[in-house]
Design a protein around this ligand. Structure first.
Ligand SMILES: C[S@@+](CC[C@H](N)C(=O)[O-])C[C@H]1O[C@@H](n2cnc3c(N)ncnc32)[C@H](O)[C@@H]1O
Length: 205
């Protein structure tokens, strides 16, 4: 797992300066709308964002919230720092691996991640960390690329996954819903409007 995680980190370090450009079309057509919808669901002011990347969620942060955001790629975090300054966003950015968060149990009202668990080397371990640092009754909010339930699309996604992983560092063929459901949350809801390729997931500790 260590080498898997290292490979993922190195990939994101490499693409960090171009990441926003590479994602621009998907961002404009799909992701932006879903980010807005996800952040509108936030209940609580003490928030942790994991896998913050270049800071694409900054535009949707609630103004009155106390937000901490982590990522394990120094180059992605550097892009987030630049965006934080440019957009005058109030957020504490920390270099950290989601497999072992340095926060105490039950710290945050909300833990949020967008398009992160498609690249985390041990997703179930990471999800359990999200649960650990979330307070009882608190929210885990996720936007995740997942393997389509259509067998034709799933076959295609499995075929092109190695290329996507090599270029973007992410897997498009994970069954993240099953993983979330296996993590012992008291409630898991999948937004019915999220399509074949990505899902909006709300879980409660
Ligand atoms: C596809 S990017 C998404 C970035 C951002 N959340 C967004 O919505 O644009 C995935 C991010 O997860 C981070 N990541 C992957 N594995 C991680 C881990 N084990 N710990 C912390 N961050 C991780 C990567 O460095 C990268 O910034």
């Amino acid at each position: 797992m260590k080498s898997d995680s290292l490979a993922v980190k190195q990939r994101y370090d490499r693409i960090a300066p171009y990441f926003d450009g590479l994602q621009a079309i998907m961002e404009g057509f799909f992701y932006r709308r879903w980010r807005k919808k996800l952040w509108a669901k936030v209940e609580g002011t003490h928030i942790l964002e994991v896998g913050v990347g270049t800071g694409k969620n900054f535009d949707y942060y609630p103004v009155d919230a106390q937000i901490t955001a982590i990522d394990f790629s120094p180059a992605m975090l550097k892009q987030a720092e630049l965006k934080k300054t440019r957009k005058a966003v109030t957020v504490a950015l920390n270099l950290m691996d989601v497999h072992s968060l340095c926060y105490a149990d039950n710290t945050f009202d909300v833990v949020i991640a967008t398009f992160v668990f498609c690249s985390v080397a041990l997703p179930q371990k990471g999800l359990k960390e999200l649960s650990r640092v979330c307070r009882p009754g608190g929210q885990i909010l996720l936007l995740e690329q997942v393997l389509s339930s259509s067998s034709l699309l799933a076959t295609l996604m499995n075929l092109i996954n190695p290329i996507i992983r090599a270029v973007m560092g992410a897997n498009i063929n994970r069954n993240t819903i099953k993983l979330v459901k296996s993590c012992g949350f008291s409630y898991v809801h999948i937004d019915a409007d999220s399509g074949h390729f990505f899902k909006m997931i709300e879980a409660r500790k």
